[in-house]
Design a protein around this ligand. Structure first.
Ligand code: NDP
Length: 323
């Protein structure tokens, strides 16, 4: 099969397109012919070696396609079914061995490009709102990188929950997208960002900040959080937050900070399928419109990574192995 491999740690140019052996399913796996492969920020952290990985390896964890064979102990799934996943290694390939427990059946009304490029972000948005924090309807939340992949879905899911949403973005085009997703107020990353958030919340600040940007935004996130509020630090697009003195949370308002990861909120098939079904339902109801902002051939994965890291992308990014 054709696949992308990370040949060594480094920039997008270490991604090589070539031919490798087809995967053989373990007893609890299914083999899927991919029609859409999701590109996520974490793929770039692993490629750079910021998160542990050992080259050479096939990157990617997310995609969608049709089951072509079943491991000997798989039950409840069939050849020909359309599935999506977001936790199967080696997904930048024409064929992927997906653990059956990680395969989610895709409803008829949702196409592969949407499912295969957004399940990870959709599940993330779901647990951010109902897992790592629990904002109440009519609460105001701050979402950084509101026009990004997670940001657009999280904004729409937050509006579905009845929340008031403030976002940050870096350009006019992204501001427009964030507004279309339902953001009530769209701000830029500025030194007085926290002051602007306080103006919009009668001086109180917000009870929940969703910060996937990290190093560049964390101080403003702290300053924008209301007394007894929580900062959900779920990513590091601008780099990791430097070591932090927990004592600072006390005078700042008895704040909490959490650093969650999706795997801990989808640890059982029951929780995974519950979150996936609610996410797909939000799409089918028309409350979440997944913007697949960029489509590339599988062979052009390096360009996809370069664009993601250069902040050129909006919404979800997908590789199309059949093109
Ligand atoms: P995005 O599409 O959101 O891309 C990252 C965005 O971050 C950019 O588009 C940019 O938007 C913003 N940004 C701000 N500063 C920088 C910078 N210095 N360099 C690059 N980008 C910057 O990516 P994803 O939707 O894939 O992921 C968003 C975040 O969520 C990532 O940090 C990712 O690791 C994290 N994540 C965490 C999960 C978890 O369970 N913990 C699961 C899934 C994702 P702008 O130009 O508007 O600033």
């Amino acid at each position: 099969m054709r696949a992308i491999q990370v040949t060594r740690h480094g920039g997008p140019d270490v991604l090589a397109f070539g031919t490798v052996d087809d995967p053989i399913p373990a007893a609890d796996e299914v083999i899927v012919r991919t029609s859409a492969v999701g590109v996520n920020y974490i793929d770039t952290y692993l490629r750079r070696g910021l998160y542990p990985s050992t080259p050479p390896y096939i990157p990617g964890t997310e995609g969608a396609g049709e089951i072509v064979s079943l491991g000997s102990e798989v039950s409840g799934l069939e050849v020909g079914q359309r599935v999506a996943w977001c936790a199967a290694p080696a997904s930048y390939a024409e064929l992927v061995a997906v653990p059956a427990a990680q395969a989610v059946v895709v409803p008829d009304g949702i196409d592969d490009a949407v499912a295969g490029s957004s399940l990870l972000r959709g599940l993330t948005a779901h647990y951010l709102l109902d897992g790592s924090a629990h904002p109440h309807p009519e609460d105001t939340v701050l979402i950084h990188a509101g026009a990004g992949g997670v940001g657009l879905i999280l904004t729409q899911m937050a509006k579905r929950h009845g929340l008031r949403v403030i976002t940050t973005v870096s350009s006019d085009e992204k501001e427009e997208l964030s507004r279309e997703a339902g953001a009530d107020h769209v701000l830029r990353y500025t030194d007085d960002l926290a002051a602007r958030v306080r103006e919009l919340t009668d001086g109180r600040g917000v009870p929940v900040v969703y910060d996937g940007v990290g190093a560049d935004t964390f101080e403003q996130s702290l300053a924008a959080t209301a007394v007894r509020g929580i900062i959900v630090l779920f990513g590091a697009s601008s780099g990791p937050v430097p070591p932090f003195d927990l004592q600072r949370l006390n005078p700042a308002g008895s704040l909490s900070v959490t650093r969650p990861t999706l795997a801990h909120f989808t640890a059982t098939p029951e929780e995974l399928n519950w979150r996936a079904s609610e996410y797909f339902e939000a799409i089918e109801d028309g409350d979440v419109d997944v913007r697949v902002g960029q489509r590339y051939r599988l062979a052009d994965a390096a360009q996809a990574h370069a664009d993601l890291e250069a902040r050129k992308t909006t919404g979800a990014t997908v590789l199309l192995p059949a093109d």
